[in-house]
Design a protein around this ligand. Structure first.
Ligand code: AHM
Ligand code: MG
Length: 339
């Protein structure tokens, strides 16, 4: 499938695409495709609810704080539950870990210990829901260590470096709903046709432009950014840089989606409020880094490659810099010179 160019009139659904990828691996059992189809089902359920957010009176917080002390939105809970329900009965999902759950959940519904771990941020950028700005779902799939199958400590199974990811992706609930995924063989993009409920292939083997003229950062925090980052952002405004544009939505999925398609750079540096960075390594940074690298871009924490970081706790945060190769190299030069 992936070798065949998309022809006019040739409609490819995500299910066909995943099965096509599976054919490239003759030993594959189909279990992984079955798992991914659980995620696409959850994506359609969440999309339908996000689209009707105002109508269904499901906006607003529910008065509960999550593990980070942040107010959980009703849609956060709904999105989390949808993914849980769509994965729990697949039979091969052993553990799920979510930004909205304090602890990983060991799945026992199927009776056997499933080999896959699904890590996700069910509704990223959810503080934007009430103002009708794009939100998203981010997921990452890992494999359980066979020797850890019966462990009573699922956290150990989940704490794997990003390089171990088998697949990652996101769904952006924007002007249209798009699903973007990688299994390590390029980045592929699908648009949800709500009238038939199917994700239809939009582009295969998406490449991030090597250069881009857009930087994306919450500059309200600039006073507390590290010196190298401040100097890079100053450079972005010089004549030498040419016309650089600033764009910041405040939803990682939406900001990254633009960066993937248009090139440029997204930065969430350490700040006074979040000295270790704000974004979560497992739920946000790793899957985004996997997609960025597969598309020809790069992702670091300012010191090292995101995907090589060994997580030490479930909800660990990290600074995140991700984008086109040229801008990432330039940023690194500013960071290194400031040392
Ligand atoms: P969330 O997972 O609680 O929604 O928070 C993550 C969001 C990202 O989507 C976004 O990049 C970032 O927080 C924006 O943070 P800020 O408002 O500090 O700029
Ligand atoms: Mg998030």
């Amino acid at each position: 499938m992936s070798d065949e160019p998309k022809k006019a009139g040739h409609i490819i659904t995500i299910q066909e695409h995943i099965l096509g990828q599976q054919r490239n691996h003759p030993t594959a059992t189909g279990g992984f495709s079955w798992l991914l189809s659980g995620i696409t089902l959850a994506a359609r359920i969440i999309s339908a609810n996000v689209r009707r957010a105002g109508i269904l009176d499901i906006l607003g917080d529910i008065g509960n704080a999550n593990v980070f002390g942040e107010q959980q939105q009703k849609l956060d809970i709904l999105a989390n539950k949808s993914i849980e329900l769509c994965l729990e009965y697949r039979g091969n999902v052993g553990i799920i870990a979510s930004e909205e759950l304090d602890e990983p959940k060991v799945i026992t519904k199927s009776g056997t210990a499933g080999r896959y771990i699904v890590v996700f941020d069910p509704l990223d950028g959810s503080s934007n829901i009430d103002v009708n700005v794009s939100v998203g779902t981010i997921f990452s799939i890992l494999e359980r260590d066979p020797s850890g199958f019966n462990t009573s400590d699922p956290v150990t199974d989940v704490l794997q470096a990003g390089v171990k990811q088998l697949a990652a992706g996101y769904i952006v609930y924007g002007s249209s709903t798009m699903l973007v995924y990688t299994t390590g063989e390029g980045v592929h993009m699908f648009t949800l046709d709500p009238s038939v409920g199917a994700f239809i292939l939009a582009s295969e083997h998406v490449k991030m432009p090597e250069k881009g003229k857009c930087y994306s950062v919450n500059e309200g925090n600039a006073n507390s950014f590290p010196t190298g980052v401040k100097r890079y952002l100053d450079w972005c405004k010089t004549e030498e840089a040419g016309p650089f544009t600033s764009r910041y939505i405040g939803s990682l999925v939406a900001d990254f989606h633009r960066t993937l398609l248009r090139g440029g750079i997204f930065l969430y540096p350490p700040t006074a409020k979040s000295p270790g960075g704000k974004l979560r390594l497992l739920y946000e940074a790793n899957p985004i880094a996997f997609l960025a690298e597969q598309a020809g871009g790069a992702a670091t924490d300012g010191k090292k490659r995101i995907m090589e970081k060994i997580p030490t706790s479930l909800h660990e945060r990290t600074p995140l810099f991700v984008g086109s190769k040229t801008e990432m190299d330039r940023l690194q030069r500013f960071v290194d010179e400031a040392k």
